[in-house]
Design a protein around this ligand. Structure first.
Ligand SMILES: [Zn+2]
Length: 363
């Protein structure tokens, strides 16, 4: 392609712009950081994806059967299994382009190489194997997972649930969120030595200190997150968890062009994340004059305090305008006029301001 461009006096940056544009409109598959290959027929790639995710039952030989069972239990996709699955379409020769195809599949959030921490020697390393989280069929109840990580008689602080409740949430959307966490956090290993990746649930270390974990769960039209702390609660962690999940949802909504609407809610720490009953929106807590709310799941009142201090105070949506930082010698009048704040006000809006701020009129 480069030679072709040179022969026609096309500069490399122009060629890259062309390829990126063709990728955008789905004519070819091209990534700037994987320049060695350009996939001219997206259909060919779709068939390759299909080899990995479809009809594993038909593999009858013992090696493939065992590897398929491991895939369904842990999500682990062995090299042997990849080779065998690619052979399902021998004429398409996926095996010859295996390394590139695997990297492309990483780009499309189909496979991932997670970070694991070995509990024996506390060494954290990237798995040499690929994982296919969307193939994990192993399902475990939340309480069983919790029991594996939270031992009785050990002091632990469990945050209220943070719940993103959607009008409609496809599992594929959750999988993109899950990929983000698998790429950026270390996956915990369960007692069995397997990674704590289950159907619609995963447990991660918050940081290297190993004293906070978080679990992220998918349920009907909701993504829920809870943090388990074995040390003093670090508010920055809660803040990070909330803003990170908000940002990722927004990012994925943008890249997929899916305008999924959602409401941010919370639920008491002992509640069932998958039940709608008992979820309370952060806006409701903000607007209430009471110090308690009624939890429909437990049919009792809970204090707002836990939700307020864990999630609500970090809910950035409470601010819809944050100006750039200005020097102290800038007047309030100048600041208000030049930050863009005035542009966001509509006629009839009520504004509370410090005394002497008579500058809004005559916008
Ligand atoms: Zn409750």
């Amino acid at each position: 392609m480069r030679k072709l461009a040179q022969n026609n006096s096309i500069e490399e940056d122009e060629l890259l712009r062309f390829l990126n544009n063709q990728h955008k409109i789905k004519n070819v598959i091209f990534f700037n950081d994987l320049k060695d290959y350009i996939i001219l027929q997206p259909d060919w790639l779709v068939k390759c994806f299909r080899c990995l995710v479809n009809d594993h039952q038909k593999r009858t030989d013992a090696i493939s059967f065992n590897a398929c069972q491991t895939l369904k239990t842990t999500g682990e996709l062995s090299e042997t299994l990849i080779d065998r699955l690619f052979q399902k379409e021998p004429t398409l020769q996926f095996g010859n382009r295996k390394r590139h195809l695997l990297r492309v599949m990483e780009k499309f959030d189909i496979i991932v190489q997670p970070l694991f921490r070995d509990t024996d020697n506390d060494i954290c390393q990237k798995s040499h194997l690929y994982y296919l989280p969307c193939m994990i069929k192993k399902s475990l109840q939340f309480n069983d997972i919790k029991k594996m990580f939270i031992k009785e008689n050990v002091k632990v602080t469990i945050t209220p649930w943070l719940v993103f409740e959607f009008k409609f949430l496809p599992l594929a959307f959750f999988n993109h969120i899950l990929f983000y966490y698998v790429r950026n956090y270390t996956v915990c290993k369960a007692e069995t030595g397997y990674p704590a990746l289950y159907l619609g649930k995963a447990v991660f270390y918050v940081d290297r200190e190993n004293l906070s974990n978080f679990i992220i769960c998918f349920s009907q039209n909701a993504i829920s997150l809870q943090v388990w702390n074995w040390r003093d609660v670090d508010e920055d962690i809660n803040k990070q968890m909330l803003s990170e999940l908000c940002n990722q949802i927004e990012h994925i909504r943008g890249t997929l062009g899916q305008n999924l609407s959602y409401n941010i809610k919370a639920k008491c720490s002992l509640g069932d994340f998958s039940k709608r009953d008992g979820r309370i929106s952060l806006t409701e807590i903000t607007n209430t004059k009471h110090e308690v709310y009624f939890c429909e799941e437990h049919q009792q009142k809970h204090s707002n305090e836990d939700i307020e201090k864990t999630w609500l105070k970090h809910d950035v949506r409470a601010f819809n305008f944050i100006s750039n930082v200005w020097y102290g010698n800038i007047s309030d009048r100048y600041n208000t006029k030049h930050t863009g704040f005035v542009d966001g006000i509509k006629a009839g809006d009520d504004i509370m301001a410090d005394k002497g701020s008579r500058l809004i009129t005559g916008k």
